[in-house]
Design a protein around this ligand. Structure first.
Ligand code: 5GP
Ligand code: ZN
Length: 140
């Protein structure tokens, strides 16, 4: 498993930085985004450090895709949003700020005006932690 000591997501995988974890297995970690674009925004990452989609091995990608669906389904059961976007950026020009491959799972409403390169706004950590518990309880 590759790890980059300067990568914030590798440090979350290693447990050096706390996170509200939703799901974890050999290849994948999912946790709440602390700057939620919408309530219930969470992330799914391969544990191994790869910067983007193009560097990922097929097994990691398959595991991440499966986890994305499980997490999105749990978010759906928890918050019942009208829609859910799965978003993924490759390169800073595409809005990628953390250079460790990740997929955003974002609950959506038709009128939320969310644009691709949304601005990061810190969320309420207590509320995010409580929501993580509810989503975990809905994982199947
Ligand atoms: P990107 O902008 O690269 O597509 O997405 C990176 C995401 O990582 C952002 O939504 C940002 O809020 C999230 N993020 C950055 N640092 C941390 C952190 O320390 N913990 C968590 N949980 N999320 C983070
Ligand atoms: Zn990393």
């Amino acid at each position: 498993m590759n790890a980059d000591p300067d990568c914030i997501f590798c440090r979350i995988v290693a447990g050096e930085i706390p996170s509200f974890k939703l799901l974890e297995n050999d290849r994948v970690l999912s946790f709440m985004d602390i700057n939620p674009a919408n309530e219930g925004h969470c992330l799914v990452i391969p544990k191994t450090h790869v910067p983007n989609l193009f560097e990922a091995d097929d097994e990691s990608l398959a595991a991440v895709a499966t986890a994305c669906r499980r997490v999105a389904d749990a978010v759906r059961r928890t918050l019942d949003p009208p829609g859910i976007s799965i978003a993924q950026a490759n390169g800073p020009a595409a809005g990628q700020s953390v250079l460790h491959l990740h997929f955003h799972v974002i609950p959506r409403r038709a009128d939320d005006d969310l644009l691709f390169n949304w601005e990061l706004q810190p969320g309420d950590l207590d509320a995010i932690g409580r929501l993580a518990e509810r989503i975990r309880a809905n994982l199947e």
